[in-house]
Write a protein that binds this ligand. Structure first.
Ligand code: UGA
Length: 433
């Protein structure tokens, strides 16, 4: 199949590279000449394990192309995927759909009869209707198919998620769109990945409901963790105890500093807006959003409390800044609120992150960025693990002891064993245990 991917951001680039790896002929189009030049030169603008080799291989084998030119790419496509950003709209948190609609307007004139338009960007219910309207207005000469095909990739594991999905959702309102999407995903469902067909609006909502439900699991276990601390229970025991029930499931029950990233915070807010627009109460999602916002700053206060309540002029070493490991993404990372809370309380923050410091430096002021974890801990009055990068899971505690002014380890990801850390003479503060 010939596929055009509009947008070479996270979703577009990963999906485009994976489709080409299945043997499809894929052209990724972007408006940004610098991005296209970089991609043509073999540079990958995002950090995603394995993506550079995947792109290089498929470019080399002639299945993956990059261009600025819609007129060149679109006319021969069997499907045009829209994979542009849908950030939160400033002011009201609604998904900002201007890039989606602009893309539809721009490529409509180049569409050939039979080409299916597919939204892969995360878009609120009803967006497909508007895309269809835009295309029909621009091209009244034909009946056009517009489908929804949301993605469920996790940053850091995106290629694996794409190639071995729990399910593929295709939302189509006509048979032709369904046939084309089935053909595109055939290599996957041959491997028994379930392909779920539904109407377009159902597919659009499935994406938001999935993210909101996962966010709910996280906020739920985070609140249980707070209760565990008060009643003297261990949240990891409780999470295991409930997670082994198949109806609940063990995943997304790790208590921590709150969820961040480019998806859960934005998508939960956008879902609330959809609920308001359609007069449907989403009180659970509302509570999740509030709990998560409060939690991030609350983690800063937890550190201050662990340090005896007074951090004025003290040094705090933060290990990990990104919203999760194996990404350089700092968007809505709990680290942002934690740094702010510590700085508001007069602390000096020294930080190290294996991949996120370049982005972090643009979002945080007054932080000393260090070349590794040990440099960050040199002269610190407490160490805080904010992100569970592998590099922080087995710190040399004996060496760490010599560097620190005060032996306090605040482990916001529960990656250490209390008994072992305490054996080294540390005060150990974790989440929910
Ligand atoms: C999330 C979903 O997992 C993907 O399925 C979805 O496709 C994607 O959003 C999206 O909509 O594009 P992602 O944001 O990459 O993926 O990251 P997750 O691995 O889901 O983690 C999100 C946040 O939740 C992180 O801050 C992580 O630390 C936190 N988390 C996750 C927890 O605090 N506890 C957990 O048990 C799991």
């Amino acid at each position: 199949m010939r596929i055009v991917m509009i947008g070479t951001g996270y979703v577009g680039l990963v999906s485009g590279a994976c489709f080409s790896d299945f043997g499809h002929d894929v052209t990724c189009v972007d408006k940004d000449p610098a991005k296209i030049d970089a991609l043509l030169a073999g540079e990958i603008p995002i950090f995603e394990p394995g993506l550079d080799e995947l792109v290089a291989r498929n470019v080399r084998e002639g299945r993956l192309h990059f261009t600025l030119d819609l007129a060149d790419a679109v006319p021969s496509a069997d499907a045009v995927f829209i994979a542009v950003g849908t950030p939160s709209r400033r002011g009201d948190g609604h998904a900002d759909l201007r890039y989606v609609y602009a893309a539809a307007r721009e490529f409509a004139e180049y569409l050939s009869p039979g080409t299916v338009v597919v939204t892969k960007s995360t878009v609120p219910v009803g967006t497909g209707d508007e895309v269809e309207r835009i295309i029909r207005e621009a091209r009244p000469d034909h009946e056009w198919s517009v489908a929804s095909n949301p993605e469920f990739l996790r940053e850091g594991a995106a290629i694996e998620d794409f190639k071995h999905p729990d399910r593929i959702i295709i939302g189509c309102n006509d048979q032709h769109a369904e046939d084309v999407l089935e053909e595109i995903y055939r290599p996957l469902f041959i491997n028994r990945s379930p392909l779920l067909k539904m109407a377009r609006r159902g597919a659009e909502l499935t994406k938001y409901a999935a993210n909101a439900f996962l966010a709910t699991k996280i906020s739920f276990i985070n609140e249980v963790a707070d209760l565990c601390e008060k009643v003297g229970a261990n949240v990891q025991d409780v999470a295991r105890g409930i997670g082994l029930d198949n109806r609940i499931g063990a995943k997304f029950l790790h208590a921590g500093p709150g969820y961040g990233g480019s998806c859960f915070p934005k998508d939960t807010l956008a879902l609330l807006k959809t609920g308001q627009d359609y007069d449907a109460n989403l009180r659970i999602v509302e509570a999740v959003v509030t709990a998560n916002d409060n939690r991030k700053r609350g983690m800063g206060r937890k550190v201050i409390h662990a340090m005896g309540g007074d951090t004025y002029g003290k040094n705090v070493a933060l290990l990990g800044l990104t919203f999760k490991p194996n990404t350089d993404d700092m968007r809505d990372s709990p680290a942002l609120a934690i740094v702010q809370t510590l700085q508001d309380a007069g602390a000096n923050v020294r930080a190290y992150d294996p991949e996120g410091m370049e982005h972090a430096a643009k979002m945080m002021e007054g932080v000393t960025f260090c070349k590794d974890a040990y440099e960050a801990m040199d002269g610190a009055d407490a160490v805080v693990i904010v992100t569970e990068w592998d590099a922080f899971r087995a710190l040399d505690l004996a060496r760490t002891k010599d560097l620190l002014n005060d032996l306090i380890l605040v482990d916001l990801r529960n990656v250490y064993d209390r008994a072992e850390v305490e054996r080294h003479g540390f005060k150990y503060v974790a989440v929910g245990c």
